[in-house]
Structure formats: structure tokens, C-alpha cells
Ligand binder design. Structure first.
Ligand code: GLC
Length: 428
């Protein structure tokens, strides 16, 4: 028996479907976003595998000549989205933003391939080539040489836009002379749940720097006014690299160059992830490459080590103690930021709320590592959140209230693809 929420999730995927790509939600985000789109494919896979492959192929087709797959693709009618293509001014054949987003695409392609392999081998080879180039781009344009982990040149690149981890990097960004602008996000969501005006001025100042420097990505990786090393990006790229390696071994076993390259990425990123271990707080944390210091913030992505495939036993035990500490403070796991921290804000975007995509990857990683109970706590909390509050963009970890945009694609997809797969309610 399938429950009505299951049907609502399907309805959301259908209503945010634009034929060959999806929107995160209507109104607030009328554009294709990189990692939203990759996650969406996992939902479409359950409805129509051909449509799922189209989604990831559309995403990969926006790749820049330098290898980057951008964070936003402006397709179709994107009227009402700010900042639009004229602000980014990237000069690409598909109008896009000038930064990237967490690389989950290879992991999604591997999942699609496991259940519904593409029946066009040229298209699969093309996908693999694009993935190898994107990963190589990350290692060239976004690897911090000091920590050997992945840095971001704009908070939006992390996908966790206003994390308190980025505050010290943001404070270094001088607000440029900006043309007057009107934010469109506040037409859809209450200001208390979104980044502040000052944050927005800084976001746009970094965009101006990229535009003024013709989006030369190697240069931006070294000189952007904002640079911070992100444990989230590092863990996603590490996991995706392992998944890409598995795909290459299956489909391009004689491509020893690409295989060696990806193996090299895995070794470097493993060292990078280990370098983000912070003994002071017993967790993997962000790193400031300018001041060359680890930050003392425990965030949801601190718990991505198992997903990334680096589970050191001594550290893992300490990390799980942190997990348990936070699970006593939050009714719903996993808050994006430590509820005990003075800057925790249960409603404001990435400064406290729970996001189901992050729950998904932490839950999968823990389950793979035999942490059944903790994984189940996250899954069951996710199920409760949707049951009580519907398919919102994010949720208050203390009250469970749904926040941000409604009818969200990735909340629906994670519900269908992961939450309900482990539930006793509403499965076939
Ligand atoms: C917000 C999120 C980002 C997401 C986008 C579309 O900007 O922070 O991660 O990709 O919305 O859902």
C-alpha cells in the first residue's frame, strides 16, 4: 500500500518537470540547479528511467570548455530569478552561472546505471568523459594546496549558502559598487528564513569579481576575494570519485589514463579529508586557507566521513559521540549547524535547519558503515518531518516546522528514493 504522501511526492516531481530538466521549485527557483537536478534524476528513475537519464545528460551538456559543470543553467522561462544571466555574463552557449556546485553527478549516474543502464553506449562514454573532465577541473581549479581538500570561491558553490562556516571568509569580501538590484527570493519566502541584505551585497561583490576577471577559474581558485575549504565539497567529490572509478572500471577498463587520474584524485582527497579533522571539536570541519586554520564549527557535513569512505575507527568513535550530543539537542536530525553554538538559528536556511538531501547522504554513509541505529534515527526523523510538515525546502530541527520554498523537488526525490525505502509505512 502506498500512502498519499508518496503520491504527493510524485506529483511534485511531475509539476517541477520541464520536459528534459527539472526546477527545484516553481517561483523561488525557476532555473536548473546542478545538484538539485542530479538528485531529481533519482526520483525520476522511479517514474521513468528515460526521463532520469535525460535529466543528467542535460546537466552534463552544460559543461564549460574548461571542464566545469556550472551551478545554474538558465533554460526556458527563467523570468523572475535573480541574479540572472546578464549579471553572471559568462558568455557560454547555454547561459549559466560562473561557479559550480557539489559534484554528486557521478554518484547519481552510478545509481542509474545499476538499475537502468543506458542503452546507448556512445552516450554513456560521452557522460564518462564529461565526468572525468569535471573531476579533473575540480582538482586543478579548486584544490587547496595546503589542506589538499576542496575550496569554494563563493558561498553558493558549497550549496550551503549562508553557513556560519563562511562568515570569516565573507567578512574579508569588500562590498563593491553594485548597480541597484532587487532580490526576488524575498517575494517568495519570509526574510527571517533567508540570507541578510549585507550577505547578499557580498555575494554579488564576489560575482562582480568573477565577471571582471572573465571567469578564469584557475585564477579565481587562487585569487577570489572569498576562498574557504569546504568539508562538504571534499566529501562529495571523494564519494563521486569512488563511484566514477567503479563506472570507469566497468565501461572503460582499457582507459588506464583516466583510471589512474581518478585513483590519484581519491588518494589526494583522502589525505585532504583527513586533514580536516579537528581534535578540538572532535569532528571534520571547514578550513580557512587564508588564516591557515581549522574552524571550530560542527556542522551537518562533519558527519559525511562514512559517505566519503574514510572511516578511521578512533576518529569515528569520537565523531559519533558528537553525533549523539547533537541528537539530544535536536528533536529532528541532522541540524545544519550545532544547536549548542551561539550562532545557531533554527529557521535561517543553512544556519540550523535540517535539509533532507544532507540527511540522505549522511544516513546512507552511516548505514554502509554498519551504524544502523543512527542511520535509522536520521531516516525516521526525515519521514516525520515530511509527514508533519510536507515537502518543504528545509525544516526547523527543534519544532519540525517546514521552511523556505514549498513542493521541493529534492525533498520529494529523497523521500521516494531513500526515506520510504526504509519505512514500514506506505511501502509496497
Ligand atoms: C539554495 C540552496 C542550494 C540549492 C538551491 C536550489 O540556493 O542553498 O543548495 O541548490 O537553493 O534548490
Amino acid at each position: 500500500m502506498k500512502n498519499s504522501l508518496y503520491q504527493s511526492a510524485i506529483d511534485i516531481l511531475n509539476s517541477n518537470d520541464r520536459g528534459t530538466y527539472s526546477l527545484p521549485t516553481q517561483g523561488l527557483y525557476p532555473v536548473q540547479f546542478n545538484w538539485d537536478s542530479a538528485f531529481a534524476a533519482l526520483g525520476y528513475r522511479l517514474l521513468n528511467p528515460t526521463r532520469a537519464w535525460q535529466e543528467v545528460q542535460q546537466l552534463a551538456s552544460s559543461q564549460w570548455p574548461d571542464g566545469m559543470i556550472p551551478h545554474i543553467m538558465f533554460r526556458g522561462d527563467h523570468e523572475g530569478y535573480f541574479p540572472g544571466p546578464e549579471v553572471w555574463n559568462t558568455g557560454q552557449f547555454i547561459p549559466t552561472s560562473g561557479i559550480t556546485q557539489p559534484p554528486v553527478l557521478a554518484s547519481v549516474v552510478r545509481r542509474l546505471d545499476e538499475t537502468h543502464p543506458l542503452d546507448d553506449s556512445n552516450a554513456m562514454q560521452d557522460m564518462l568523459r564529461r565526468l572525468v573532465r569535471w573531476h579533473e577541473w575540480f582538482m586543478q581549479a579548486r584544490l587547496d594546496p595546503q589542506s589538499e581538500a576542496i575550496l569554494i570561491i563563493h558561498p553558493w558553490e558549497s550549496g550551503r549558502d549562508n553557513m556560519s562556516d563562511w562568515d570569516c571568509g565573507m567578512a574579508r569580501v569588500e562590498i563593491a559598487e553594485l548597480a541597484p538590484y532587487k532580490r526576488r527570493d524575498l517575494d517568495h519566502v519570509d526574510a527571517s528564513q533567508r540570507p541578510t541584505k549585507e550577505e547578499y551585497d557580498r555575494y554579488l561583490s564576489i560575482v562582480k569579481f568573477g565577471r571582471d576577471n572573465h571567469w578564469k577559474q584557475d585564477f579565481l581558485g587562487k585569487q577570489s576575494p572569498f576562498r574557504m575549504v569546504d568539508p562538504g565539497m571534499t566529501a562529495f567529490l571523494l564519494r563521486s570519485s569512488r563511484d566514477l572509478l567503479a563506472l570507469l572500471n566497468n565501461y572503460q577498463a582499457d582507459n588506464t589514463t583516466a583510471i589512474a587520474q581518478v585513483q590519484q584524485h581519491i588518494s589526494t582527497l583522502t589525505r585532504g579529508w583527513n586533514n580536516l579533522w579537528n581534535d578540538k571539536v572532535n569532528a571534520y570541519t571547514a578550513y580557512d586557507p587564508v588564516e591557515q586554520r581549522l574552524l571550530d564549527n560542527v556542522t551537518s557535513v562533519s558527519f559525511m566521513s562514512c559517505y566519503a569512505g574514510v572511516c578511521d575507527d578512533t576518529r569515528h568513535g569520537k565523531l559519533m559521540d558528537e553525533f549523539d550530543r547533537i541528537s539530544k539537542l535536536a528533536k529532528y536530525m541532522v541540524p545544519s549547524f550545532d544547536p549548542a553554538h551561539a550562532d545557531f538559528d533554527a529557521k535561517r536556511y543553512w544556519r540550523g535547519p535540517v535539509w533532507l538531501v544532507i540527511n540522505n547522504v549522511i544516513g546512507v554513509g552511516l548505514a554502509e558503515h554498519g551504524e544502523t541505529q543512527r542511520a535509522e534515527r536520521i531516516r525516521a526523523d526525515s519521514e516525520q518531518l515530511v509527514a508533519n510538515s510536507d515537502f518543504f525546502e528545509y525544516f526547523n530541527p527543534i519544532t519540525g516546522e517546514g521552511l523556505g520554498g514549498k513542493d521541493f523537488t529534492w525533498t520529494a526525490t529523497v523521500y521516494l528514493d531513500w526515506v520510504m525505502q526504509g519505512s514500514k509505512n506506505g511501502k509496497d
